[in-house]
Design a protein around this ligand. Structure first.
Ligand code: FES
Ligand SMILES: [Fe+2]
Length: 428
């Protein structure tokens, strides 16, 4: 039998609610029309995804000069090549040959992302060759091209900047802000030893829901005790369900936001209340129980911005579709939500650990990765059902609680960016 859990006191903001600290958000029920309208999705592509800085990976994916990978960006109807040149610089280009438009880098199937290493890109169609800095270096039978100047036919570049090892691109002709300006003070305050946390687990899913509907489930802790209640004895504990898994600090900075929690069930319940395998592997949904050595003195700057005593994790939501979750025990994960259509997304989850030094640590990492995947699968099914419910348009306004502040903020920012764009470009 499970022992009862002592009720916890969760801190509230000094006055009122969290939401009321951000009056621009209001407290009224919100519309999810932006998640079910194909027309709104077309606007989002231009207003958001071709204007914001988007994270497309990490520097560890380009270990050597000449390493590259491609990134499909259906939301912008393009594919990118991200490459580390022979000079060590990381650059991004549209994955399109300048001769007759063939996709340049791909392996067996042009729709599937690829990666590798090379000294030049060579088009599979007529063999035009490009240096890794994008310059066109060779044209087959160049003499027949009417005095063509190769300097005018380099790969089409994409703005590319790196912050803390995260590679971002911007599809605008001229980005309105540098990457650092866009990320703003709350995000750029983070100084984490990412280079020491490089053991990587990755999975992806193709899901039938709007990208925001899906993202919303990963930015509130109101649902886990219910939706995931039957999967984990901790979460199905009635006392835990009553208490919830609270966000104890919220912070908003421009289009970005963070929610911090106590980190969950680790020490909350006696060992007999956990799944037995969790006790054996000393790991589970909240990651390995034992602290990893991050290789730095003290805790990384920028984390736990509310300076909470029982801090367990920060969920940083970087607009529009990228999240980094830092855990107190010394690991992190990222989520990406790539729209494929107004009612479909590609979801990517990547977990990063300090490389395991022994089998026990490796098993703890593996268990965390598989457990998190199981939970995400449960979210997937439900969020496809949510999309169906929204699309019926039977209900058009939805009340959000104080713990759903981050969902309210995303909804607000998306509408704001689209309204700005409409004002400037559509209704002139
Ligand atoms: S399309 Fe690439 S060389 Fe012709
Ligand atoms: Fe969930």
């Amino acid at each position: 039998m499970m022992k009862p859990v002592a009720p916890r006191q969760y801190p509230k903001p000094p006055e009122g609610t969290w939401t009321e600290h951000y009056p621009e958000l209001g407290t009224a029920p919100v519309s999810y029309e932006s998640s079910i309208s194909p027309e709104f999705y077309e606007l989002e592509r231009e207003a958001i995804f071709k204007r914001a800085w988007l994270n497309v990976g990490r520097v560890e994916q380009l270990r050597r000069n000449g390493s590259y990978y491609t990134k499909e960006l259906a939301v912008a109807k393009t594919s990118l090549i991200i490459v580390r040149g022979m000079d060590g610089e990381i650059r991004a280009f549209h994955n399109v040959c300048r001769h007759r438009g063939n996709r340049l880098a791909w392996n067996d199937d042009p729709r599937v992302e690829s990666k590798g290493g090379c000294r030049q890109f060579s088009c599979k169609y007529h063999g035009w060759k490009y240096d890794l800095d994008g310059k066109l270096s060779s044209i087959l039978q160049e003499g027949e091209f009417f005095g063509i100047d190769k300097a005018n036919y380099g790969l089409v570049p994409v703005h590319c900047e790196v912050w803390q090892g995260f590679i971002f691109i911007n599809l605008a002709k001229e980005p309105e802000q540098s990457l650092r300006e866009f990320l703003g003070p709350m995000i750029t305050a983070i100084d984490y030893p990412f280079h020491n946390v490089t053991e990587r687990f990755y999975y992806r899913g193709d899901i039938r829901s709007n990208w925001k509907v899906f993202l919303d489930a990963f930015q509130e802790f109101y649902h886990p005790p219910i939706l995931h209640g039957r999967q984990n004895p901790v979460m199905s504990n009635p006392e835990y369900q009553r208490m919830g898994f609270y966000t104890m600090h919220f912070q908003i900075d421009g289009p970005h936001r963070v929610g911090c929690t106590s980190g969950g069930a680790g020490g909350l319940l006696p060992p007999e209340a956990l799944n037995p395998i969790e006790g054996v592997f000393r790991s589970g949904l909240f990651g390995p129980w034992d602290h990893a050595d991050l290789g730095i003195e003290g805790s990384p700057p920028g984390l736990n911005p509310g300076k909470k005593k029982h801090w367990g994790l920060d969920s940083f939501q970087i607009f529009p579709n990228f999240a980094i979750v830092f855990w107190e025990t010394g690991w992190y994960l990222t989520y990406h939500y790539w729209p494929l259509a107004h009612n479909r997304l590609l979801f990517e989850a990547t977990l990063y650990f300090v490389p395991a030094r022994n089998v026990r640590e490796r098993l703890a990492h593996e268990l965390a990765a598989t457990t998190i995947k199981e939970y995400a699968l449960q979210d997937c099914g439900t969020l496809e059902a949510t999309q169906m419910g929204l699309e019926s348009r039977v209900v058009t306004r939805f009340p959000l609680g104080d713990q759903e502040l981050m969902c309210r903020h995303l909804n607000y920012v998306v509408n704001k960016w689209v309204d700005d764009y409409r004002r400037k470009h559509v209704e002139r």
